[in-house]
Design a protein around this ligand. Sequence first.
Ligand SMILES: *[C@@H]1O[C@H](CO)[C@@H](O)[C@H](O)[C@H]1NC(C)=O
Ligand SMILES: *[C@@H]1O[C@H](CO)[C@@H](O)[C@H](O)[C@H]1NC(C)=O
Ligand SMILES: *[C@@H]1O[C@H](CO)[C@@H](O)[C@H](O)[C@H]1NC(C)=O
Ligand SMILES: *[C@@H]1O[C@H](CO)[C@@H](O)[C@H](O)[C@H]1NC(C)=O
Ligand SMILES: *[C@@H]1O[C@H](CO)[C@@H](O)[C@H](O)[C@H]1NC(C)=O
Ligand SMILES: *[C@@H]1O[C@H](CO)[C@@H](O)[C@H](O)[C@H]1NC(C)=O
Ligand SMILES: *[C@@H]1O[C@H](CO)[C@@H](O)[C@H](O)[C@H]1NC(C)=O
Ligand SMILES: *[C@@H]1O[C@H](CO)[C@@H](O)[C@H](O)[C@H]1NC(C)=O
Ligand SMILES: *[C@@H]1O[C@H](CO)[C@@H](O)[C@H](O)[C@H]1NC(C)=O
Ligand SMILES: *[C@@H]1O[C@H](CO)[C@@H](O)[C@H](O)[C@H]1NC(C)=O
Ligand SMILES: *[C@@H]1O[C@H](CO)[C@@H](O)[C@H](O)[C@H]1NC(C)=O
Length: 576
Amino acid sequence: MVWSQLWTAVVTGVLFVPPAISQQTGNNPDWPRWCGKVYEAGYPNFDPGGQTLQPPPHPCGCPLLHVQFQPRYSLYLSTEPYGEFVVNAGFSPYHGTPWPPTNSTTQWANRFIFSINSVETDAPLVQATVPVNTTGNLFQFNLSRLGPPRLDPYPVVLYGAPESGQPSWTATANISYLPDKTNGSVTRIDNLKGGLWVKNAASNNTFAPYLPYGFYASHDNFLRENDTKLIDYYQGLGLTGMVPLASWGEIPEMLGYMDRIDLKYMYNLRYGYKNLSYVEENVLQARDKPGIFAYWTADEPDGWQDPFPLPPLAHSHIRTLDPYHPVAITLNCQNYYFAEYSLGADILMSDVYPIGINSTFSKWGTECNATHGDCGCDNCRGIVQDVSDRLDTLSRYETWLGLWPKTKFHNPQSFHGQDYWLRDPTVEEEHVMNVLAFNHGAKGIISWLWPTSKILAEAHGMLARVVTKSPTREFLVGGDGVDGPVGVGAKVPGTGVEVVDAAVWVDRKQKKALVGVVNGGYADIERRVEVGPVVNVTGVDRTLWGEVEWRVEGGLLVVDRLPALATSFVLVNLRG
Ligand SMILES: *[C@@H]1O[C@H](CO)[C@@H](O)[C@H](O)[C@H]1NC(C)=O
Ligand SMILES: *[C@@H]1O[C@H](CO)[C@@H](O)[C@H](O)[C@H]1NC(C)=O
Ligand SMILES: *[C@@H]1O[C@H](CO)[C@@H](O)[C@H](O)[C@H]1NC(C)=O
Ligand SMILES: *[C@@H]1O[C@H](CO)[C@@H](O)[C@H](O)[C@H]1NC(C)=O
Ligand SMILES: *[C@@H]1O[C@H](CO)[C@@H](O)[C@H](O)[C@H]1NC(C)=O
Ligand SMILES: *[C@@H]1O[C@H](CO)[C@@H](O)[C@H](O)[C@H]1NC(C)=O
Ligand SMILES: *[C@@H]1O[C@H](CO)[C@@H](O)[C@H](O)[C@H]1NC(C)=O
Ligand SMILES: *[C@@H]1O[C@H](CO)[C@@H](O)[C@H](O)[C@H]1NC(C)=O
Ligand SMILES: *[C@@H]1O[C@H](CO)[C@@H](O)[C@H](O)[C@H]1NC(C)=O
Ligand SMILES: *[C@@H]1O[C@H](CO)[C@@H](O)[C@H](O)[C@H]1NC(C)=O
Ligand SMILES: *[C@@H]1O[C@H](CO)[C@@H](O)[C@H](O)[C@H]1NC(C)=O
C-alpha cells in the first residue's frame, strides 16, 4: 500500500495502519511531518526532539555572573563620532561563573571591572566597571579607535574580573563600522531596546525610529496587477511596511513606486533562499533601493524542517553583499530547534494564528499535542493569548540558551480557510492580539495576508495610524531614555479574573509613560479594574488608542467597567 492509498483509506474512514509502520517508533524523515511531528493519520506517535528545555541550575547554588555585551546598534556609520556598548552583568541561574563572595568595603566591592578591546589592534575602547547584577549598562567610545570604516565587522573582546582579579570573564562580539551610504537606505537594530531605525532620503538621511506595520502581500490579485492605485490604497490606510511575495524581476514597477512614496518593504528571498546564486542575484538588485528595510529569507524553516545550515548560509551571504540591512526569518513552531532555526536571523517573526482553530483535533484526523499532529497553530490553545505566550516563550528560550535577545515581530492572522481556520479574527480580536504583542515586546507587525477583507484592512490601518506615529511610536520602538515594555499588574479586585494584560514604557526625560492595556477576555468586566502601580504617575495626559476612559487614583490606572476585548494605549504624566 502506498501512502496516497493509505491517505484515501483514512479520509474514507477505513483506517488501516500497516503493521510494519505501527510497530515502528523511530523518526523517519519520509513521514509527513510539521515541526517534526507526524500530522497525518496512520503514523506512529514519537517524540520529534528539538525541544529547548530549561537548563538545570548550576550545582553550586550560588549567583553566577553572566557577562554579555553587544554594540548598542547593529551598525555605525563613518559620519558618527561615537559608538556605544551595552554591557550586561546579571546573575543567572544557568550561565556564567560563580561570583566570589567578598568582605571588601572598597569602592570596587561587588563591581565587575572590565576592558573592551579591539581584537585586531588590542586598542582599548572602554575601560570601566559595573555593579554586579545589573544589565543594560551603556558605555560610549570613539569609533575611530577601531580603525577606518569598512564593510567587514571589527571583532571586539571584553575581559573582566572582580577587585581580587579572580576569577576572570571573557566575552566576544562584532561591531559594524561602515562607510556612510548616501543612496538607498540603511537600517539598524537597537540591540538594547530591540527597535528599528532607518535612514534614507525621505528621513533626510538621519536615522528615524521605524515601526513596520503591514502585510505579507500577494503577487496574484495584488502586486501582479501592476497598479499604483492599489499601493496608494494600502499606504493610505496608514500601513508603513510590506513583505511583497514577489521578486524584483517580477514587479519592478511596484517596488520602484514603493521606493518613490517611501512605503518600506522587507525584500522577499523565500523562494530561493537555499540557492546562494538566487540570493546574490536578488540582493544585488535590491540593496541600493531607498525602500528596502530588511531581507526575508526562510519562511517557517522549522515547520518544513529545512536543513539547519541553510538559513545561516543565506544570512552570511547577504551580509557580505549588503551589510546595511538586517535579515528576518519567520518561525512557526512553538518548540522545535529554536537555537538552530533562529541562528540565521537578526529579526524573528512569529506565526501564531490561533483564531477559529480546533487546537486539539486536526483536519488530518489526528490528535494535536506536544508530539503529534498539526492544528494550524503549533502547541496553541486557540486563544488570543497564544500570541503573547509565544513571544514570551521565544524570549525565555533565549534566556535559557544564554543568547542575546533578538528583535521580534508578530505576524497577525488576517485570513481563514485551509480547513484549519474556520473564520477570520474579528476587529476586536485583531486589535487585542496586536496590543498583546506590543505589550510583550513586538517591534513590528506583518500580517498574513494581503489582500484581506476590507474590515480587517481598515482595522489594521486604524491601529497602524496610531502606533507608527509620534508619540506612540517613540515608546514602542524605544530609544534613548525610553524603557520598556515592562509588564505591570492588572487586577480586578475581589475576583480571580486574569485576562487583563498591561505593560508600561517609561520616558524619564519627558516625564511621560505609555501604558498598554488589554482585556483578553470575551466578557465585559462589570467592576473596578486596576492597573499598576505605574511608577510615579500623576495623571492621564491623553488616550492615544481605544475608548476606555482611564483615570489615575493613588498611582493606579483605574476604570469602573472594562468592555470585552477592549484595548488601550494611554499616555500618562510622571512626577517631575
Ligand atoms: C568574610 O568574613 C567572614 C566573617 O569574618 C569570614 O568567615 C569569611 O571567611 C570572610 N570571607 C571572605 C571571602 O573573606
Ligand atoms: C539580581 O537582580 C534580580 C533582579 O533585580 C533580583 O531578583 C535578584 O535577587 C538579584 N540577585 C542577587 C543574588 O542579588
Ligand atoms: C577619536 O580618536 C581619534 C584618534 O585617536 C582622534 O583623532 C579624534 O579626535 C577622536 N574623536 C573624538 C570625537 O573624540
Ligand atoms: C564575528 O563575525 C565573524 C564573521 O565575520 C564570525 O565568524 C564570528 O563568529 C563573529 N563573532 C561573534 C562573537 O559573533
Ligand atoms: C550606492 O552607493 C554605493 C556606495 O555607497 C555605490 O557602491 C553604489 O554603486 C551606489 N548605487 C547606486 C545604484 O547608485
Ligand atoms: C536635512 O539635513 C540637513 C543636513 O544635516 C539639514 O541642514 C536640514 O535642515 C535637514 N532638513 C530637514 C527638513 O530636516
Ligand atoms: C506596469 O505598468 C507600467 C506603467 O503603466 C508599464 O510601463 C509596465 O510595462 C507595466 N509592467 C508590467 C509587467 O505589466
Ligand atoms: C539558483 O539560482 C540561479 C539564479 O537565479 C538560477 O539560475 C539557478 O537555476 C538556481 N538553481 C536551482 C537549483 O534552482
Ligand atoms: C475538535 O474536533 C473534535 C473532533 O471532531 C471535536 O470532538 C471537538 O469538539 C473539536 N473541538 C473544538 C474546540 O471545536
Ligand atoms: C499525542 O497524541 C498521540 C496520538 O494520539 C498519542 O499517541 C500521544 O500519547 C500523545 N502525546 C502526548 C504527549 O500527549
Ligand atoms: C519617583 O519619584 C521620586 C521623586 O521624584 C524619585 O526619587 C524616584 O526615583 C521615582 N521612582 C521611580 C521608580 O522612577
